[in-house]
Each structure stands twice: as structure tokens, then as C-alpha cells.
Write a protein that binds this ligand. Structure first.
Ligand code: HEM
Length: 536
């Protein structure tokens, strides 16, 4: 009898305790929130204000992974669109966010701010062993010069390979002349060891980081590439050969070297294909006059088929004077689709816009916030305007325009990306009539929620389908690799109308004609293309 009283009393107590506990937790959180987001800012008025959150340490983790760009916009409007530096906690780490062009420009000039911490985090995340990381960051003398670590050397070699006055020309020539046939950086060997590389790479990009943990075999092609005797891959670029020599000198294990090479492959190819996709999407979804205007403007750059030199005069295409509209569209599509952020680590306090940004925290400069600034780009900032940079060429130098980042980490591949993309777009428009099929498609939606390290991906299920009809067989005939069995002169399929999923077109590696010749990009409306991101 007594025990049943006790049981009932305990049950009541348990029932009563839960709401009481909840109340205590709630009151504690309210007090903590009041202290952190009201009292502390009052004590430290020059510290950037922090966007409030409810769960300590976790901060804005959930909203960040749901849509980082939405979180940043929400935070900005919370602070009244003031453009002052503000702070965000994403888990356990405080990030200062800069959305004002002047602050971003000032930060890019602070070359002493550190980036290495992020380089190590990424290398570790993609699976390089601790031994590989140690060897990569080991300072070693080189050719009698000062001691440098591999990541620094890699950057210097990239700059030499990609600088217009140095080795860029050879790379662009190779990329454009053999647009689809060559992996310009790695030569043909990489494609030979893994013919399915493009599809695997796009699958990787879709699954992003998860892919590396789930499929360690992903790095196999680069291992096979490294194992291939150099005499069998003499078309490897200068840059890749130098990095390979350096990794060998440092005795970096094969598995780690393969991951380093993969990372380079990723940075070289990941964004360029998206640039071509978005640029073509804007053009094809615009009106026919735009297509005609670009064709007329770029026509002098297209050489005659009998001519044995380059198919397309890239210098003519990238020149603002000779091709102002093409260049305007390049700038505009990069402005609208750049979703990355430059990042820095604060190794000491800095002053910016009257605020003190404290040592030990991280700094983020998100491009999208700058690119959608109505102050810089007017009330149409969120809309595509093909003539924006044509009407106001000074916008090209506006400090709010940062599709390639800036300062010490500014993208060294920007010239290569622009040249190959414009060459690809011009070749495509001169080779084909492009018609939306089905006709009522809208511009694909960007996958805004997905974190990006460059241009935004397309939203799942948003591929654009176009019907291609050949205009000039001559350009196509150039596009065919000699190895393909479908010779340009004899191939029947090219005379008819065909479907191509634009997403499949990797301008450097795959090329339009190769896609068609290998039947990879053909897709009946009911058949999902193997390569379309949404089908992976
Ligand atoms: C449209 C195409 C491309 C876009 C939008 C793009 C964008 C970017 C951005 C935003 C950054 C970070 C900048 C910063 O932190 O401030 C970056 C860095 C980098 N990009 Fe690109 N990129 C493109 C193409 C390329 C190509 C073709 C290559 C190589 C051939 C390349 C190589 C690199 C490298 C090595 C870095 C790291 C630089 C460093 O840490 O110092 N990118 N890119």
C-alpha cells in the first residue's frame, strides 16, 4: 500500500519536474541570450554586432547548411542593411561577415591575413594523411632558391602557367584547338586510364564532400595517372609536371599525391563548365536578337575550315572593343552566378569601418552580397541584363564585382576560364541553331542553398534542354577527334536535329562535338542524360 503511494507521488513529481526543468532551461537561455547579444555589445561597442541565435555553440549551423546565402541575407536585413561588418556563429566558430565593397577591398590589401589554415582544413577534409600534410607544408629549398612549402610552390607554378604573359597562351591554344579531345592540363593519359572520368567527376560534384568518404576509389584515376611512365604522357602540362616532381622530391605517398592532383583537377575544371552552362543558358533563354547579335559580333573570330590554324581567334573574343556584347554577357553571368566567399583567418586584431575584428576569428567576404548590391548595380541588380557592362564599362572595375575573389588568393585561372568559355560559346553558336526543346522552359534555378566554392550549381531537376540543328558542318568537322569512328565528312547523325543537355558540356575536356560523337549527351526527352547533374 505504502509503495503504491510512493509510486504515485514519484510519478507526480516526475510529471511536475519536466515543465519545471523546461522552464529553467528556457529562462537560462533567455538570460544567456540577453547577456551575449545585449549586455556584451553594450560593453564592447566597437565589436561587430552578432546575429543572435538560441543554442550556444551550435549557433546558425542549421540555417547555414540549409541555405548559407539566405542566412547572410537574413542577417543583413536584421541589421537594417547597414553594410557594417557583423558576426555569425557557425558552430563554435565566430565569422565576421563583410558586405561592403570598401571593407572587402581594404581586407584584400591586408596580405598578412592568413589563408593557410583553410588550405590545411580542405586538404585534411579531402583525405590527405597527416604525413602527407606535414610533408606538403614542410619548407624545402628549391633550385637553390628560398625554402617554400608545396602549397606555396603550387601557387607560384599556377601563376606562371596561367599568367597571360607567361605560359597561358600555350594552354589556351591547346584547350581551344583540341577543345574536347585533350585534358589540356593532364594530357590524354588521364582520359585513357578512366574514360568515364567526366561522368564520375560530375557525380562527385553533385554529391560533393560525401563522395570522398563513401568512395575512396574515386582517386584511382590519379593513382593510375601517376603510375604511368612519363614517356607515355608527354603532353602533361608544365605545371602538373613541376608539381609531380615536387611531390616526388618530398616523398609524398602515392595515395596523397593522387588526392593533391585531384584537388587541382577540381579547381581547374569545376567552375569552368558551370560558367559555360550559365552563359549559354542566359543566351538561349533570352531572345533570338541576342543570339544573332553575338553571332554577328563574333563572326570575324571564326576562321575558315580550310585554314589549318586555330578555329577561333580567342584574343578577338576576349577583347572588349571587338566583342563588347559577348564580354558584357560573360561579366553579367559571372556576377549573377558567383556564390563563393573569400575567407581569411585573423592572426591579430584589425580595425575596419570603425569596428575591431578580433584575433582568432574568421573573416568571410561573400560575393553574392556584393554582386546584388543595388548601390553598385542599381535597382535591377538581381536581374540578368546582357547589356549592363556594355552600357557602363566602368562597372567592370567596380569594387563590388568580385567573381574571382581578390587579394593574395584571387583566382589565378580567371583568364583561362574566360578564354576557353568564350571560345566554347562562340563555337557552339556558330555551329548550331539552338532552340529550347520543349519551348516553354524557364532559366534554370540556381541551387542557392548548396555551399559553393565558385559558381552556383543548377537546382536538381532544372537542366535546360535545347534542340541543336547544324548550321555549318565545317566547324563541326574541326570538332571531331581524329580517333572517332564518326568522321566529320561521313557522319549522318549530325545533319539532323538533335538534343543536347547543355549541362553535359564541359568546354575543355569534353567538347560539344565529342559529346555528340560519343552519344553521351544525346537524350530523348524521356531518357535522362547520363551526365546531367539532376540524373546523378
Ligand atoms: C569561371 C571559372 C572560375 C571561377 C568562377 C573561379 C573562382 C574562384 C574563386 C572565387 C576563388 C577564391 C578566390 C579568393 O579566395 O579570394 C578561386 C581560387 C582559385 N582558383 Fe578559380 N575559378 C575559376 C576557374 C579556375 C581555373 C580554370 C583554374 C585553374 C586553371 C582555377 C584555379 C584556382 C586556384 C588554384 C585557386 C586558389 C588560389 C589561392 O588560394 O591562392 N580557377 N577561384
Amino acid at each position: 500500500m505504502e509503495s503504491s503511494y510512493l509510486g504515485t507521488a514519484l510519478a507526480f513529481a516526475a510529471c511536475d519536474v519536466r515543465p519545471a526543468l523546461l522552464a529553467i532551461v528556457f529562462v537560462t537561455l533567455v538570460l544567456w541570450r540577453f547577456y551575449v547579444f545585449t549586455i556584451l555589445p553594450w560593453h564592447f561597442p566597437t565589436d561587430p554586432k552578432e546575429y543572435p541565435y538560441w543554442i550556444p555553440v551550435i549557433g546558425h549551423l542549421r540555417s547555414f547548411y540549409k541555405s548559407s546565402s539566405r542566412l547572410l541575407s537574413d542577417a543583413r536585413s536584421y541589421f537594417g542593411e547597414s553594410c557594417e561588418p557583423f558576426a555569425l556563429t557557425v558552430p563554435g566558430q565566430k565569422w565576421y561577415v563583410l558586405t561592403k565593397a570598401e571593407h572587402v577591398a581594404a581586407t584584400y590589401k591586408m596580405e598578412h591575413l592568413s589563408y593557410d589554415i583553410f588550405a590545411v582544413e580542405v586538404i585534411r577534409m579531402v583525405g590527405v594523411s597527416e604525413d602527407g600534410i606535414r610533408k606538403a607544408f614542410q619548407e624545402m629549398g628549391h633550385d637553390g632558391g628560398p625554402s617554400k612549402h608545396l602549397v606555396r610552390l603550387c601557387k607560384e607554378y599556377q601563376l606562371e602557367q596561367l599568367s597571360p604573359r607567361k605560359r597561358l597562351h600555350e594552354l589556351v591554344q591547346c584547350s581551344v584547338e583540341l577543345l574536347r579531345r585533350h585534358l589540356a592540363y593532364f594530357g590524354e593519359r588521364l582520359q585513357e586510364v578512366e574514360p568515364d572520368l567526366i561522368r564520375i567527376f560530375m557525380a562527385f560534384e553533385t554529391l560533393s564532400w560525401q563522395a570522398m568518404y563513401q568512395y575512396p576509389s574515386f582517386f584511382m584515376p590519379w593513382k593510375k595517372f601517376l603510375r604511368t611512365p612519363k614517356s607515355q604522357r608527354i603532353d602533361t602540362s608544365w605545371f602538373i609536371s613541376k608539381i609531380e616532381e615536387e611531390m616526388h622530391r618530398r616523398q609524398i605517398a602515392l595515395a596523397d599525391s593522387a588526392i593533391f592532383l585531384f584537388q587541382l583537377f577540381w579547381s581547374i575544371n569545376g567552375n569552368t563548365r558551370k560558367a559555360a552552362f550559365w552563359m549559354l543558358s542566359y543566351i538561349v533563354c533570352g531572345d533570338q536578337d541576342l543570339v544573332d547579335a553575338i553571332r554577328a559580333e563574333t563572326a570575324p573570330a571564326m576562321s575558315e575550315p580550310e585554314h589549318n590554324g586555330t578555329v577561333v581567334d580567342v584574343a578577338y573574343l576576349v577583347n572588349q572593343e571587338t566583342c563588347p556584347r559577348l564580354n558584357s554577357i560573360w561579366g553579367e553571368s559571372a556576377r549573377l552566378t558567383a556564390f563563393a566567399a573569400s575567407v581569411r583567418f585573423l592572426t591579430h586584431d584589425i580595425e575596419l569601418g570603425g569596428k575591431t575584428l578580433r584575433n582568432g576569428n574568421r573573416l568571410m567576404m561573400p560575393q553574392r552580397q556584393l554582386h546584388f548590391s543595388t548601390q553598385a548595380f542599381g535597382h535591377t541588380a538581381t536581374l540578368f541584363d546582357p547589356d549592363r557592362f556594355l552600357a557602363d564599362p566602368s562597372l567592370r572595375r567596380n569594387p563590388s564585382l568580385r567573381p574571382f575573389g581578390g587579394g593574395a588568393t584571387m583566382c589565378p585561372g580567371r583568364n583561362l576560364a574566360k578564354q576557353t568559355t568564350l571560345a566554347f560559346v562562340a563555337m557552339l553558336l556558330h555551329s548550331f541553331h539552338l532552340v529550347l526543346y520543349p519551348p516553354d522552359q524557364k532559366l534554370p534555378e540556381p541551387a542557392e542553398g548548396k555551399p559553393s566554392i565558385g559558381l552556383v550549381d543548377v537546382q536538381n531537376g532544372n537542366d535546360l534542354r535545347v534542340r541543336l540543328c547544324t548550321r555549318k558542318a565545317a566547324y563541326l568537322s574541326f570538332s571531331f577527334p581524329s580517333s572517332t569512328t564518326l568522321s566529320p565528312k561521313t557522319t549522318a547523325p549530325l545533319t539532323g536535329e538533335k538534343l543536347l543537355c547543355l549541362c553535359t558540356s564541359n568546354p575543355i575536356q569534353q567538347s560539344l562535338a565529342s559529346s555528340i560523337a560519343h552519344n553521351q549527351a544525346w537524350a530523348a526527352p524521356s531518357t535522362r542524360s547520363l551526365l546531367a547533374p539532376s540524373s546523378l
